[in-house]
Design a protein around this ligand. Structure first.
Ligand SMILES: [Fe+2]
Length: 132
């Protein structure tokens, strides 16, 4: 079962960012699959890849916002830093074999991603339109 399904409402109408957001959706779906299979080694591996890809994505998104002269770039960068810290904390907890509720991990990651796109990223949609 696919856990996170991409819908038009998630689109910021920029091909690169939408593609990267879709990749993040796929990675969260992969986490959900590995949780279902109860495969801890693979769960850790996917979350590690998710954390690494988040770094790449935030860097690219921030570069685009800078290019667009987005007024709230600094706030957005702070939100990104906090989101990244949360996913890195999770990665570290798993790496140290700390007890983590896996059901809450999936819920956390899907909320983490959806809420950020729908609230914070939608706020810059109009500003990046001129970049095409
Ligand atoms: Fe963002």
């Amino acid at each position: 079962m696919t856990y996170m399904i991409w819908k038009d409402q998630y689109s910021v109408e920029n091909a690169l960012i939408d593609k990267q957001h879709q990749t993040l959706f796929e990675l969260v779906n992969e986490v959900a699959e590995k949780v279902k299979a109860k495969n801890m080694i693979e769960i850790k591996d996917v979350i590690k890849r998710l954390a690494a890809y988040t770094v790449t994505h935030f860097r690219d998104e921030e570069a685009l916002l800078k290019k667009a002269g987005y007024a709230n770039l600094e706030d957005h960068q702070m939100i990104h830093a906090e989101l990244l810290r949360k996913v890195q904390d999770l990665q570290q907890k798993l790496a140290m074999n700390q007890a983590v509720s896996l059901v809450s991990v999936i819920r956390f990651l899907s909320d983490w991603l959806k809420d950020h796109i729908l609230k914070d990223d939608m706020a810059y949609k109009a500003s990046i339109k001129k970049l095409g």
